[in-house]
Ligand binder design. Structure first.
Ligand SMILES: O=C(O)C1=C[C@@H](OP(=O)(O)O)[C@@H](O)[C@H](O)C1
Ligand SMILES: C=C(OP(=O)(O)O)C(=O)O
Length: 446
């Protein structure tokens, strides 16, 4: 795994039309959960289509360190889980590298076990706030034995002998926080309730129900979701086919839109409505995206996307759409750089606590490449230059952020001058096939 050797810059340049079919790696959110829930459930879980990115592999290592058996057998990952309530104290610190999802969900999972667990991360993860997960855990009885100021990694947790069920209203739109509380509830007697004012990705609820957890979801008259879960029940291993990652799909999708003459098909994309905000926004901008072969696979809707280059126009992206496209704003900002008029993105406060401060990383990268944009406290506005006239020529600081690296390599495919990113290494955390997939479509990146 990448332990931050010398940075590896990469450069993309104006490319001819992109053509062909792209098959995406598995969804990162579902892959993390497949390893976790499979590692926890009784009996065997078999997974196909798993994302073999560094983030997910770290989650697999953590589950192994707590007693799960995980092996790759050809195209399939086969897991023998410990049984719910039966995780073992890990002998070594759990190192989650760059992965917010991995560390936050696992802190929830082990936070209600009467054992001591140490958590580590890379310099990016060590800057990110963990209090959002530690706060509800403290209410359930978890002791935070060690944490850096502001509840940051490295962190050591000690769970209680008997955890207390709580009712917890998630204070920010975060699937990671919701999930951490639901996972803590699995080893807690009684019913834990998570109240979610704004719906975020629902993979934890859907998958836990599939593994046999006693879980129900109710939406009240004000639109708040109440998720109730009864702890200490049996979870049973499952067969899981992981669909293609819609967040990864954003890169070839935007590339095909901005490179004139392109016509590509992206296959097997997860179409869960909590994840499709980017597609909706791009369609509002005038993007030619055809949803083909819509089908249901493993309890989720999937589709193939045929994408043809399009003349885009600026739009306002409302704040309530943010949870359904939270990781896609960097690449949306790239699309907006080629649109006619202004694109205004609102409600972006959560972007400041991702692998980097994505709001300022995007604004700085755009400015370095001549794109006219304004960074507000929680907003970004981008005024595009159709056909990328006069754009490019800059070097972008990626701050250990895979999505910043990939987004700006997409920018350079259609700007007048090439675009360089200072380090491509982190791309392997979520999309190890990115370079090959893009160059196979005709993108000039090296
Ligand atoms: O639950 C998940 O799998 C994720 C939730 C989101 O984070 P937040 O919960 O911090 O919004 C998202 O940004 C991340 O890439 C994956
Ligand atoms: C925010 C992301 O991931 P995580 O929070 O898991 O590091 C992402 O993949 O864009």
């Amino acid at each position: 795994m990448n332990d931050h050797p010398k940075p590896q810059p990469a450069t993309s340049r104006k490319s001819g039309p992109l053509f062909g079919k792209a098959r995406l790696p598995g969804d990162k959110s579902i892959s993390h959960r497949a390893f976790m829930f499979g590692g926890l459930a009784s009996g065997e879980t078999r997974i196909t289509g798993l994302l073999e990115g560094e983030d997910v592999l770290r989650t697999g290592e953590a589950m192994k360190a707590m007693g799960a058996r995980i092996e790759r057998n050809g195209a399939e990952w086969v897991i023998q889980g410990t049984g719910n309530g039966c995780l073992l104290e890990p002998a070594e610190p759990l190192d989650f590298g760059n992965a917010g999802t991995g560390v936050r969900l696992t802190m929830g999972l082990v936070g209600t076990y009467d054992m001591k667990t140490h958590f580590l991360g890379d310099p990016s993860l060590s800057k990110r706030p963990m209090g959002r997960v530690l706060d509800p855990l403290r209410e359930m009885g978890t002791q935070v034995l060690k944490a850096e100021p502001g509840d940051r990694l490295p962190i050591t947790l000690q769970g209680p002998q008997r955890a207390a069920p709580i009712s917890y209203r998630v204070p920010m739109p975060s699937a990671q926080v919701k999930s951490a509380v639901l996972l803590a509830a699995l080893n807690t007697p009684g019913v834990t309730t998570v109240i979610e004012p704004v719906m975020t990705r629902d993979h934890t609820e859907k998958m836990l129900a599939g593994f046999g957890a006693a879980l129900e979801v109710e939406t009240d008259t004000e639109g708040m979701r109440h998720i109730r879960i009864e702890g200490q029940g049996r979870l049973q291993g499952q067969v899981i086919a992981v669909p293609g990652d819609p967040s990864s799909a954003g890169f070839p999708l935007v590339a095909a839109l901005i490179v004139p003459g392109s016509d590509i098909t992206i296959e097997n994309v997860l179409m869960n409505p909590t994840r499709t905000g980017l597609i909706l926004t791009l369609q509002e901008m005038g993007a030619d995206i055809e949803l083909m072969n819509r089908r249901s696979a493993g309890g989720e809707d999937v589709a193939d996307l045929r994408v043809r280059s399009s003349e885009l126009k600026g739009v306002r992206v409302p704040p309530e759409r943010a949870p359904s496209m939270i990781d896609e704003y960097p690449v949306l900002a790239v699309a907006a750089s080629f649109a006619e008029g202004e694109t205004l993105m609102e409600g972006l406060e959560e972007l400041r606590v991702k692998e980097s401060d994505r709001l300022s990383a995007v604004a700085n990268g755009l400015k370095a490449n001549g794109v006219d944009c304004t960074e507000g406290e929680t907003t970004l506005s981008v005024r595009g230059a159709p056909e990328g006239r006069g754009l490019g020529g800059g070097t972008v600081e990626t701050h250990l952020d895979h999505r910043i690296a990939m987004s700006f390599l997409i920018l350079g495919l259609a700007t007048a001058k090439p675009v360089t990113v200072d380090d491509r290494a982190m791309i392997a955390t979520s999309f190890p096939e990115f370079m090959r997939l893009m160059t196979d479509l005709g993108a000039e990146i090296e």
